[in-house]
Design a protein around this ligand. Structure first.
Ligand code: FAD
Length: 481
C-alpha cells in the first residue's frame, strides 16, 4: 500500500516554483493536496473581507490547475493543528510538506505541528516559497537583525541571486480514495448582499495564470518607465502584483529571475527593473522585521510612541473610511480602495498620514481598515508600512515630516486625472482648485456644480491647524523615556 505525501497549500497558491509541491513529487509517492481555512491563526491567511474574495477565486484556479495534471485539492476548514495530523492519520501519510509562513501565530502553530507529526513518525518538512531569502539568512555582520532597509538590502544582495525557480509538475500521481473535504461555495467567501466587490473582477484576474499575464505585461512595457511613473497614481505605472504575491500565486524568486532575464534582453529596462526589484526587497525586509519583532502588529516598534496622545473620533474615522474627508487626494485613495480593493502606494502614504497626523487616530485603526479592504492585505507589509508612516516603525519616516494632502495631490496628480476619476463630483473644478475646493471662488464652485457640505464635504480639519496640533502631540513622544 503506497503512503501518500500531503502537500499543505497556504500562502503559495501556485504550481510553479512551489518547493513543497516539487519536493513531494520527487518522493515518487502519491500526493494529496490540501488547503485549510484556518482563520484563527492571525495573518497566516489573508482573511479580511476583500482578501476573501481573492481567496475564493484563487482556490478555484488552483483546484482547476491541479485537476489538469491529475491532482485534486481537498478543502477543509478549522484548526490546521488538528486537521493536518488527522488527515495524515486517516490516509496513513508518510510525509507532510508545506512552504513556510512568517507570522508569529503561524510559526507557533507550525512548530508544534512539526513536532507532533514527526513524533507520530510522519516526515514533516517545510520550505521557503515566499521570500527571496528567509529572515535568518539575512543578518548583520554581528549576526543580528536589521532595523534599516539600506544595509539590509546590501546584505541581501551580497548573498547573490536567489536560487532559480523549480518547474511546475507536469502530472501528479494522486492518492486514490475519497478523503472528503468541503465545498468552496459553502465557505461563503464571496460577499452577497450588498455585493461590494462587484467591480473587483473588472480590475483583477486572481490565480497563477493571471499573475503571469500581469508580470509579462509589466516586464514587456511598464517597467521601462517604472522609476519615473511609480509615484503617479493616475498612470498604470507599477506592477500591481501585490495581491498575487500576497497569495503566493507567483514566487518572488521567479519574479526575480524573469526580471533579470528581461534586463539581459532589453538593457534599456535595467534601471526600471532594479528599482522594481528593490521593492521586492522591501517586502523581504518587512517579513524580516515581523519575524524578528513579532509584536509589530500590535505594538509600536519604537516604544516611545506608547506615550502618543491618540484621539478617539468615530465620526472622523468613518469619514476617512468612506472617502469623505474633504481632502480630494485622500478621498480619491479611500474610494479607489473601496471600489477596487487596491490603492496606489503614494496615495496609501498620503491617506495613512492624514489619519495619523491630521486626525491623530491610532495607526492600528487604519491598519485594521486596510487589512479588511485591501486585496493584498498582508500582516508583515501592512503593519510595518503603517508604522513607517506613523514614525513609530523601523527605518520610518520621521513623525515631524507631515504630508500636506493638497501639496501631495498637486505634485503627484498634477493634471488631476486620478482625483477626477475617483471624486467625480468635483471634476469640473479647474486644476488650480481641484485639491482644495474650499478655496475656489463661490461662483466657480457653483458653476462646477459643487455645494460644499452638500455635494462634497468641507475639509474635516484645517491643514495648518492640524499640522500644528500633530507637532504638539509629538512633543509628548519626544520627551518620553
Ligand atoms: P510595485 O511598485 O510594482 O512593487 C512590486 C512589489 O513590491 C509589490 O507588489 C509588493 O509586493 C512589493 N512592495 C512595493 N512597495 C512595498 C512596500 N512599501 N513595502 C513592502 N513591499 C512593497 N503592500 C502589501 O503587499 N500588503 C499590504 O497590506 C500593504 N499595506 C500597506 C499599507 C500602507 C499604509 C502603505 C503605505 C503601504 C502598504 N503596502 C502594502 C505597500 C505598497 O503600497 C504595496 O505593496 C504596493 O502599492 C503594491 O502595488 P504594486 O504591486 O503595483 O507595487
Amino acid at each position: 500500500m503506497p503512503t501518500p505525501t500531503i502537500v499543505w497549500f497556504r500562502k503559495d497558491l501556485r504550481l510553479s516554483d512551489n518547493p513543497a509541491l516539487h519536493a513531494a513529487v520527487a518522493r515518487a509517492e502519491p500526493v494529496l493536496c490540501l488547503f485549510v481555512l484556518d482563520d484563527a491563526v492571525d495573518g497566516a491567511l489573508p482573511v479580511g473581507g476583500a482578501a476573501k474574495w481573492w481567496l475564493h477565486h484563487s482556490l478555484t484556479h488552483l483546484s482547476r490547475a491541479l485537476e489538469e495534471i491529475g491532482g485534486r485539492l481537498i478543502l477543509r476548514s478549522g484548526p490546521a493543528s488538528k486537521i493536518v495530523p488527522d488527515l495524515a492519520q486517516e490516509t496513513g501519510a508518510g510525509a507532510v510538506y508545506w512552504n513556510r509562513c512568517y507570522e508569529p501565530d503561524a510559526i507557533a502553530r507550525d512548530k508544534a505541528l512539526k513536532t507532533d507529526l514527526n513524533g507520530a513518525g510522519v516526515d514533516a518538512c517545510s520550505f521557503n516559497g515566499s521570500l527571496l531569502y528567509e529572515p535568518w539568512e539575512v543578518k548583520t555582520k554581528a549576526g543580528g537583525a536589521f532595523g534599516v532597509f539600506t544595509p539590509f538590502w546590501k546584505a541581501e544582495r551580497a548573498l547573490g541571486d536567489p536560487p532559480a525557480p523549480v518547474a511546475a509538475p507536469k502530472s501528479l500521481d494522486t492518492f486514490a480514495g475519497d478523503w472528503g473535504g468541503e465545498s468552496l461555495s459553502d465557505w461563503n467567501l464571496l460577499p452577497t448582499r450588498p455585493n461590494w466587490a462587484k467591480a473587483f473582477s473588472d480590475h483583477w484576474q486572481p490565480g497563477e495564470e493571471g499573475a503571469r499575464v500581469r508580470l509579462g505585461e509589466f516586464l514587456d512595457d511598464v517597467v521601462a518607465t517604472y522609476s519615473d511613473t511609480r509615484n503617479s497614481p493616475a498612470v498604470d505605472g507599477t506592477s500591481r502584483l501585490s495581491p498575487h504575491l500576497a497569495f503566493g500565486e507567483l514566487s518572488p524568486r521567479e519574479v526575480w529571475h524573469l526580471s533579470l532575464e528581461e534586463a539581459r534582453r532589453s538593457p534599456s529596462k535595467e534601471s526600471g527593473i532594479w528599482s522594481f526589484l528593490r521593492e521586492i526587497g522591501w517586502r523581504d525586509f518587512n517579513h524580516n522585521l515581523l519575524f524578528n519583532n513579532p509584536d509589530i502588529p500590535a505594538e509600536n516598534y519604537n516604544r516611545k510612541f506608547d506615550a502618543f496622545p491618540w484621539q478617539k473620533d468615530d465620526d472622523a474615522f468613518d469619514a476617512w473610511c468612506r472617502g469623505r474627508t474633504g481632502y480630494p487626494m485622500v478621498d480619491a485613495g479611500m474610494r479607489e480602495l473601496w471600489q477596487t480593493g487596491f490603492m496606489h502606494n503614494r496615495v496609501r502614504m498620503v491617506a495613512a498620514s492624514f489619519l495619523i497626523k491630521h486626525l491623530l487616530i491610532d495607526w492600528r485603526a487604519g491598519e485594521a481598515w486596510f487589512r479588511d479592504t485591501l486585496l493584498d492585505a498582508d500582516l508583515a507589509n501592512n503593519t510595518t508600512n503603517w508604522q513607517w508612516v506613523a514614525g513609530s516603525g523601523a527605518d520610518a519616516a520621521p513623525f515631524f515630516r507631515i504630508f500636506n494632502p493638497i501639496g501631495q495631490g498637486e505634485k503627484f496628480d498634477p493634471d488631476g486625472r486620478y482625483v477626477r476619476r475617483w471624486v467625480p463630483e468635483i471634476a469640473d473644478l479647474p486644476d488650480k482648485y481641484l485639491m482644495k475646493p474650499w478655496e475656489a471662488p463661490e461662483d466657480m464652485r457653483r458653476e462646477a456644480g459643487i455645494e460644499l457640505g452638500e455635494t462634497y464635504p468641507r475639509p474635516l480639519v484645517d491643514h495648518a491647524k492640524a499640522r500644528a496640533r500633530a507637532l504638539e502631540a509629538y512633543e509628548e513622544v519626544k520627551g518620553a523615556a
